[in-house]
Ligand binder design. Structure first.
Ligand SMILES: Nc1ncnc2c1ncn2[C@@H]1O[C@H](COP(=O)(O)OP(=O)(O)OP(=O)(O)O)[C@@H](O)[C@H]1O
Ligand SMILES: [Mg+2]
Length: 258
């Protein structure tokens, strides 16, 4: 039996402000259990609160009420036990550092010596297909390349919990496939706990051991958590895949049908 990595009980979050949604909870009574080593996908439409939830788990955003525990301790701030890939790659990189320096930044903060951290940065830049771009600056990169730098940095930092907010959203279809496969390979090899946000049902089914569906605004909460039973590597054309895809599709309201 695996231990709990993330335990969320009765979590609610409202943003202050004067807009349409002021005071209205974005997240309401969220209950979630994620085991150590689990690949857990949070699936939901745009604006349903996925990034809000991830940012609370990561310790970047205060909750309104409820409890969020990581490895038995209440989350009050960001920590090295949780590595994050942000949805907005621009905000997540230091523009005055090169790609390599961005990737090795966390290792530098940990006091890892220069040669060793260079080697680790190289290894992960190669993995994400950017080994020849290490001396570039963030403004010289495309959106997809920036996302891959974030991913390399996440892996270089080697946190036990990886929190990923639509990390492949800006990638072309082919690169996305490669990165999805790589992520599964890394997860199988390292037994990390992964919390992965996407709005894409196919991506959720390709990656997740478990999938939690968040209700679309103005509803709140987790509509359903389900297990994906068929083995990796998964293929969109498999019968089991198609069957569960249609099942998950049923939880989304397309206002008039598809
Ligand atoms: N800083 C903020 N202040 C006020 N409201 C906010 C803030 N951040 C997000 N919201 C609101 O909270 C809701 C959820 O936003 P969030 O970014 O968590 O959604 P999301 O599911 O990640 O969407 P997407 O798939 O588009 O990234 C939205 O209605 C948004 O307008
Ligand atoms: Mg988001």
């Amino acid at each position: 039996m695996r231990d709990l990595a993330i335990h969320i009980e009765h979590l609610s979050k409202s943003y202050e402000g004067s807009g349409r949604e002021a005071g209205r909870p974005v997240l309401d009574n969220i209950n979630l259990e994620i085991m150590q080593g689990e690949f857990h996908v949070l699936l939901g439409s745009s604006g349903c609160g996925k990034s809000t939830l991830l940012n609370i788990i990561a310790g970047f955003l205060p909750k309104t009420s409820g409890t969020v525990n990581v490895n038995g301790r209440e989350v009050v701030r960001p920590g090295r036990d949780r590595g994050v890939v942000f949805q907005n790659a621009d905000a997540a990189m230091f523009p005055w550092l090169t790609v390599t320096e961005n990737v090795e930044f966390g290792l530098r903060m940990q006091g890892v010596e220069k040669e060793k951290r260079r080697a680790i940065a190289q290894e992960y830049l190669q993995l994400v297909g950017l080994s020849s771009h290490g001396s570039k600056y963030p403004h010289e990169l495309s959106g997809g390349m920036k996302q891959r730098v974030q991913l390399a940095r996440l892996l270089a930092n080697d946190s036990a919990i990886l929190i990923m907010d639509e990390p492949f959203g800006a990638l072309d279809a082919q690169t996305r496939k490669i990165m999805q496969r790589e992520l599964i390979r890394i997860w199988e090899k390292t037994a990390k706990t992964i919390v992965f946000v996407t709005h894409d049902i196919q991506e959720a089914l390709l990656l997740g051991e478990k999938i939690s569906i968040l209700a679309a605004f103005p509803q709140t909460g987790i509509v359903k958590t389900c297990r994906v039973e068929f083995p990796y590597p998964r293929r969109e054309t498999d019968q089991a895949f198609i069957q569960q895809y249609l099942e998950l599709l049923g939880y989304f309201d397309f206002g008039g049908g598809i």
